[in-house]
Design a protein around this ligand. Structure first.
Ligand SMILES: NC(=O)c1ccc[n+]([C@@H]2O[C@H](COP(=O)([O-])OP(=O)(O)OC[C@H]3O[C@@H](n4cnc5c(N)ncnc54)[C@H](O)[C@@H]3O)[C@@H](O)[C@H]2O)c1
Length: 291
């Protein structure tokens, strides 16, 4: 059902390497902690093996959080565990499809027994290109099951634990497509609109239980998600499309996953203790500077 990859197991095999890297890692962690700390916080990040989720997991671990990643595709799990361990961070990777509720519940329970959850980042998501007429029922069901039901499943499975723990933070990955019309994103926009409204709903219902719930709405961020999208939909025209997509953002380039991770770190930290029920566009001017 799900497999676990964890830093401690890796470290047992790589003790010498860890010691070699220790002083460098220690200095780096001290530096990061000086800015924003997630020390003693346990984070669960979905889709953390790639792109934006990977950048968030790496940044949170560097800020002192014990990180748990839930991802369907764990091909690069050992490499990522290695990378995070090299900076002194702590991560466990659980293979889990967020669209399957019983699996999500099982893995969340397993995590909470050892580490009460403070932070949940619902980042896992898939893309789809098509208008109403070329979106099949199968496309619609798949997008719904991952992008909407996956977010619901994780919040449903974790919220009781977070409340029991005295409160915490939920951060959802929405999109600029949540709130404006973007061509050929019928199913995708539907799902991201739902992520935005689920965020408002949870923020409202749990504000008195010490839970802050916000979302980030990125425009185009340069990740494997975007690379895969270009390759699949514009074969042979990858370079032109990359440039064209970059040019659609007033700032003239795509965002970097680390830029999303920086905002995620702030929103999930105590520095953002007065912020809940808010959507944060992170878009190089895409929403407001097209006049
Ligand atoms: N990259 C962008 O331009 C962009 C823009 C706006 C919003 N977003 C959103 O940001 C999030 C991350 O995007 P990314 O660009 O880093 O994508 P990515 O494809 O690089 O990473 C997505 C991760 O989610 C995992 N995943 C997919 N389906 C899953 C499932 N059913 N269960 C568990 N894990 C699953 C994948 O294995 C992968 O590791 C997505 O929700 C996406 O919609 C991305």
């Amino acid at each position: 059902m799900f497999q676990l990859y964890q830093t401690s197991a890796y470290l047992r095999h790589q003790k010498g390497k860890f010691i070699t890297n220790f002083s460098h890692s220690f200095i780096r962690i001290l530096f990061v902690n000086k800015m924003i700390s997630l020390k003693n916080k346990v984070s669960v990040i979905t889709g953390g093996c790639s792109g934006i989720g990977k950048a968030i997991a790496t940044k949170f671990a560097a800020a002192g959080s014990q990180v748990h990643i839930l991802d369907k595709n764990v091909d690069n799990a050992l490499f990522l565990v290695n990378e995070i361990a090299d900076t002194g961070g702590k991560v466990e990777i659980h293979q889990c499809d967020v669209s399957i509720q019983k699996d999500v519940i099982k893995v969340m329970q397993k995590i909470s027994v050892l580490h009460p959850i403070d932070i949940l980042v619902n980042n896992a998501g898939i893309a789809h290109v098509g208008n109403l007429e070329n979106t099949s029922e199968e496309n619609m069901d798949l997008l719904y099951s991952v992008n909407i039901k996956g977010v619901y499943n994780c919040m449903y499975a974790a919220i009781g634990e977070i409340v029991k723990n005295g409160g915490g933070v939920i951060l959802n990955m929405a999109s600029v497509a949540s709130s404006i019309g973007i061509s050929d994103r019928f199913a995708y926009s539907m799902t991201k609109g739902a992520v935005l409204t689920m965020t408002y709903s949870v923020a409202k219902d749990y504000v008195d239980k010490g839970i802050r719930c916000n979302c980030i709405s990125p425009a185009r961020i340069h990740t494997p998600f975007v690379e895969g999208f270009i390759k699949k939909n514009y074969p042979g025209k990858e370079k032109e499309m990359f440039e064209a997509l970059s040019a659609t953002q007033p700032i003239g380039r795509m965002g970097e996953p680390e830029e999303v991770a920086s905002l995620a770190l702030f929103l999930c930290s105590d520095e953002a203790s007065f912020i809940t029920g808010t959507d944060y566009p992170l878009d190089g001017g895409f929403l407001k500077l097209h006049g």
